[in-house]
Design a protein around this ligand. Structure first.
Ligand code: RTP
Ligand code: MG
Length: 143
């Protein structure tokens, strides 16, 4: 299995719930490491650019509105099979369909306020990591 990097966002609902630490612990306990992190208030342009692939979808306006409704925590996770591993930890987009024990099952409110984002492929991950971080901001793992 390859060591990969993936882009993870703790969304405004989860930040407001004060569960940043609990979510990061899930990643660490699954063998993923945080190699870059920051808390930011996304502008409308930031959110529109990040979710550009969904521009034509009916939920785009709500998605951008939600992602700019409060601060988010953005991190790069690194580890074996990081993209898929993160998606498994997150659970299904709609928390009603998310498996028990996943982040969305435990912390998400709705399909809009669904606690976390995770890159859906290594190609998306490369674009999304570069969207938020300069190469010099990615810190090599120390273990
Ligand atoms: P994300 O990109 O945030 O990690 O979520 P995802 O891959 O599981 O889902 P995606 O299809 O990429 O959709 C992005 C976000 O848009 C909202 N959404 N709403 N009302 C709807 O049918 C609908 N579909 C998607 C969700 O908040 C989803 O996380
Ligand atoms: Mg997605």
């Amino acid at each position: 299995m390859a060591v990969e990097r993936t882009l993870s966002i703790i969304k405004p609902d989860a930040v407001a719930k004060n569960v940043i630490g609990q979510i990061l612990s899930r990643f660490e306990n699954a063998g993923l490491s945080v190699v870059a992190a920051k808390m930011v208030q996304l502008s409308q342009a930031d959110a529109e650019g990040f979710y550009a692939e969904h521009k034509e979808r009916p939920f785009f306006k709500d998605l951008v509105g939600f992602m700019t409704s409060g601060p988010v925590v953005v991190q790069v996770l690194e580890g074996e099979n990081a993209v898929l591993k993160n998606r498994e930890l997150m659970g299904a987009t709609n928390p009603k369909e998310a498996d028990a024990g996943t982040i969305r099952a435990d912390f998400a409110e709705s399909i809009d306020a669904n606690a976390v984002h995770g890159s859906d492929s290594t190609t998306s991950a490369a674009r999304e990591v570069a969207y938020f971080f300069a190469e010099t901001e990615l810190c090599p793992r120390t273990r």
